[in-house]
Ligand binder design. Sequence first.
Ligand code: ADP
Ligand code: ZN
Length: 770
Amino acid sequence: MADRLVSVAVPVPALGLLTYRVPPELAMPAPGARVVVPLGPRKLTGVAVGQVSAADTSFKLKDILQVLDAGAFVPPDVVKLTQWVSDYYLAGPGSALAAALPPYGLSNRVDRFKTVRVVALTEAGVVRLKPDTTSTSGTSDVDVVSGFSRTLPALGAKQLQALQLLQAAPEGMTVPALGAQGIGSATVTRLADLGYVAIRHDRVDRDPFEHAVTAHTPSASAGPRALTDEQQAAMSQLLPHAVARAFHVALVHGVTGSGKTEVYLRLADAVRQTGRGVLMLVPEIALTPQVAALFRARFGTAVAIQHSGLSDGERHDQWHRIRRGEVDVVIGTRSAVFAPLANPGLIIVDEEHDTSYKQDETPRYHGRDVAIMRGKFTGALVVIGSATPTLESYTNALDGRYSLVTLHRRVLDRPMAEVQVVNMRHEIAEAGAEVVLSRALREAMAARLAEGQQSLILLNRRGFATSVLCRQCGASLECPNCSVTLTIHGTQGLPGRSAERGGWRGRCHYCNFSKLVPKACEKCAAPYMERIGFGTERVEAEVRQAFPDARVARVDRDTVRRKGSLVEILEQVARREVDVLIGTQMIAKGHDFPECTLVGVISADVGLGLADFRSAERTFQLLTQVAGRAGRGERRGQAIIQSLVPEHYSVRLACDQDYRAFYDKEVEFRRAMRYPPQVAIVNVVVRDKTFEGAMAVARDLAGAMRGARGFVVLGPAPAPLTRLRGEHRVQLFLKGTSRKAMREGLQLALTRFTRSSKAIGVDVDPLTML
Ligand code: ADP
Ligand code: ZN
C-alpha cells in the first residue's frame, strides 16, 4: 500500500509546511485536526493541512505520533486562509497559523488555567468521542480532546492514579485539588492530550461584555426602526447577495452618520436566518464594545467578541465558544478574521480605510484583504464600509470588481457639519508663532461651554513638544537607538511628580527610550534648550488655561495605556461628564457622540510633511472622519480646521466633504507617479548591526532579482528610519503590476538567504514606507 501522507503546519514561524507519514494504525487526520509530530528531538503539536499525494521520497519521512481530534480543530476554511496568508504575504505557514490559533495555541497545558476542573472521560475504558454534555450551563468551557482508543499508549502509574481519582469524582476535580493528591499539572496535561480527561472551566465564561459601554448604546437601537430611503435602497442592493450563498464583495460608501451600522445589523439578521454566521471586523478595540453592544441588543447572547485587548483567558473562552458553535455573530478587531466560526455567510469590515487593519509584524496581513479571501473560500458576502474608502477599494468598486453602494446623506436629513478653515499663517502673523488655539476656535469653544455642549479637539501628535533644540548650537535630543529626535513630555501626569520637580522628559516613540531633558545642551553646554513644536499635552494645557472651569479629558496613547481606560474616558464623554475631549486620531474613529457639536483640528498638516505617498489620502480621511464626529445628534455641528496650507487639496476637499473630487485628483497623482493602486508594492527591509552589513545583504538580494520580469526593483537605499531599536535598516522596493511575479521573484531570491532571513522583513502592500 502506498504511504498515506499529510502536510502539517507547525507553529514555528520560519518553517514551511512539513510532510509526514500517517502510520497504518492511525486514521487520516481531517484538515484542521491537531496532530502530534516529531521535529528533530522535539515533539510538537501542529495542524493537519491536507493529504499529500506524492512526496519527494529521496529521504525517509517521519510518522505522525498522534491525531488529537476526530474532526477539525481549526475550521478547514481557516486553515486554507492561513495558507493563503502565508503565500501572499511571504510569511512562514507557522506564523500565519499562529495568528489563527487561540491563546495558548495548541496546547492543553492546564497550569495556565487556575479555574479549570478536570473531568474523567472514560466510559468502560474507552475514550468518549463526543463532547461533554454533562455540564449544566451552556457556558462552561468544555474542551474535549478526542483521541482514538486504539492508539493510546499504556498509561503510567501517576496517570492511572489520576484517572481513578477522577472516576470517583463525577463532578470532576480542580487542578489544585488534584495537586494535593500528588497529581501535577504535567500529568493532567498529558491525560488531556491523550483524550482521557476534559479540562473544563468551572466558572461561567468570562464575559467581556461586563465592561461593555452601555452609555454608548442609544436606546433607539434596541429594536429595529424604519429605514431611511437610502438605507432601504442599500438593503435592496445587498440583501440578495447576503442570502445567495455565493461570494460577492460590496463597498458601502456612506457619509459619516448615514446609518451604515443599521444596514449591517439588518444584513446580519437576514444571514443568521439562513443558518450562517456573521463576522464583523472593526478597527479599534474601543469601538468593539460599542458595536458589540448594538449587536447584543439585537441578537442576544449569540454574539462573541475577539480582540487583542482581552485577557488571554477571555480570548481563550471566546475562541472556544465560537468553535463549539455557540455563537452566530463574532465581532472583533483584525485578528478576528481568523475566528473559528463554522460557516460565515456575511463578513463586514467597518471603516475599511483604517490602517490598524494592517498587522505591523509578521505575518503582515491586511484584515480587510484576508476577510475578502475568507469570503471567497466560504462563499460569503463581504461588505466593506467607510465614509472615506481607500483608493484601492474605491478603484475596485469603479472597475466593477466590487459593487458600490452609496449613502449620500445623514439619517433623518441631519445636516453635515459646517466646516471652516483657519489659515494659521495669518493667525501666526497676528498672535505670534506660539499660537495653538486660533481665535475662531477659542470663541467657538467658549460658545459651546456656555451652552453646555461638547467639543472635540484633534491633534494627531502626542507629547508636549515635538523636540527640544539648543538655541546656541542647534543640537537636539536624539534617541540613542533610533534615528529620531525625542518627543518632549511633561511629567505632570505621573504620580508624585510635577513639571517643576520632574522637569521635562524626552521619549522615543519607537523604542520607548526616555531621559530627563538636561538643563544645558549636552554638546555645547549652553543653558538654552528650547521646546519646539507641540502635541496633545500642550493643547490640553492651553485649553485648561483658556477655560479653567471646563471639564477636560485627553485621549492618546499616553493616557490610555492601561487596559480599559479608553473605554472609560469614552463613557465619561457619553455621560456628558466631559466638556472638551482632546486627542489624537483615536478620537476621530467611528465614535458616535450625539452631544458633540464642535470639532476643532489644531493642525491639519501634521501628516502632510511625511515622506509617504499616502499622506494626502491620510489627511483627507482624518479630517473628513473627525469633522463627521460633529453634530450627529439633533443640533447642527461645526468643524474648525486650522492649517498652514489651507490651499492643499486634501485639506480643501475634506472641508467640502467631497470624497469623489478627492478620489479623482488623488488617483491621477498615483497614476502619474506609478504608486498603488496603479501598481503593487513590496517593501523589503534588511536589518543588521552595521549599516554596511545591511547594505551588503540588500545588494545581494537586489542582484538576485535583476532581470526579473513583471516588476522593477528600486534601491537598495537607507530606510527613512535608518536606525531603529539599535539596528541599521536598508530598504528595497519592488514595484509592478503582477503581484504573483513579485512574490515568486522575491521568494526565489530569499531562498539564498536562509541564514540571515530573520533580518529580512517583507511587507507586501505596505501601508508605511518607513
Ligand atoms: P455611520 O456608521 O454611517 O457613521 P451610524 O450607523 O453610526 O452612522 O448612524 C448614525 C446615527 O443615526 C446613529 O445614532 C444611529 O443610531 C442613527 N440611525 C441610524 N439609522 C437610523 C434610522 N433609520 N432612523 C433613525 N436613526 C437612525
Ligand atoms: Zn528609539
